[in-house]
Design a protein around this ligand. Structure first.
Ligand SMILES: Cc1cc2nc3c(=O)[nH]c(=O)nc-3n(C[C@H](O)[C@H](O)[C@H](O)COP(=O)(O)O)c2cc1C
Length: 195
């Protein structure tokens, strides 16, 4: 409680005004022992998007980048779901709206083992994919004649089925860190939640 000492050098009118002023301040102050609300945290995005991340990988590289992408999306307030291509069916492409594919190429332009069935069935079936927006990060090595073929296959097939590319395909040659950074940054800026 804030008070004015009796010997304070104010006139009666000044004291009355000050009492009212101090009472106003006291009313706005938290009571002793009352909990003070925490300051709002740094502003988070208002509503994130669900994004499915599908990875095809023989030796774990594409899977590692898929996990990095999930972290980056989560940090921006989006809601990523990571999937091994071996656990996906063609039906997935018609049920999700935002899809990021990361896949390597193996053998002589072949999909990695975990991507083989999905790659085959996507080329055998004809789902209509007009509601799907997608992007492909294709890992490869340009010493092989069929550079990043599996990534290109997914890009071309999904486009042919009516899906919309969010970005041009990003092919990556052996050293994937920089292309991944560039691709993931472009993806993040292209994912704008609807208001
Ligand atoms: C046996 C073998 C075959 C490969 N064949 C190709 C190929 O045909 N085209 C290509 O672009 N890269 C090819 N690569 C390179 C891989 O795609 C590249 O190393 C990639 O980063 C591996 O990622 P992953 O660990 O996710 O499978 C091949 C690599 C190996 C070891």
């Amino acid at each position: 409680m804030l008070t004015i000492p009796d010997n304070a050098p104010f006139t009666g009118t000044q004291k009355m005004w000050l009492k009212g002023f101090l009472a106003g301040i006291a009313a706005g102050l938290p009571q002793a022992g009352a909990s003070i609300p925490a300051a709002p945290a740094a502003e988070a995005p208002k509503s994130g998007l669900p994004v499915t991340i599908l990875w095809g990988s023989q030796t774990g590289t594409a899977e590692t980048y898929a996990k990095k992408l999930a972290k980056a999306l989560t940090a921006q307030g989006h809601a990523p779901t990571i999937m091994d291509m071996a656990d996906a069916t063609v039906g997935l492409f018609s049920t999700v709206k935002h899809l990021a594919i990361l896949t390597s190429t193996y053998g002589d332009g072949e999909p990695p083992d975990n991507a083989l069935d999905l790659h085959t069935s996507l080329h055998a079936e004809t789902p209509a994919l007009a509601d799907l927006s997608f992007t492909v990060f294709a890992l490869g090595d340009s010493n092989y004649p069929e550079f990043c073929k599996c990534g290109h296959d997914f890009q071309n097939r999904l486009t042919a089925l009516g899906a919309k590319p969010l970005l041009p395909i990003m092919t990556s040659d052996v050293d994937h860190d920089l292309p991944f950074k560039e691709w993931s940054a472009s993806l993040l800026s292209s994912l704008v939640p609807a208001h």
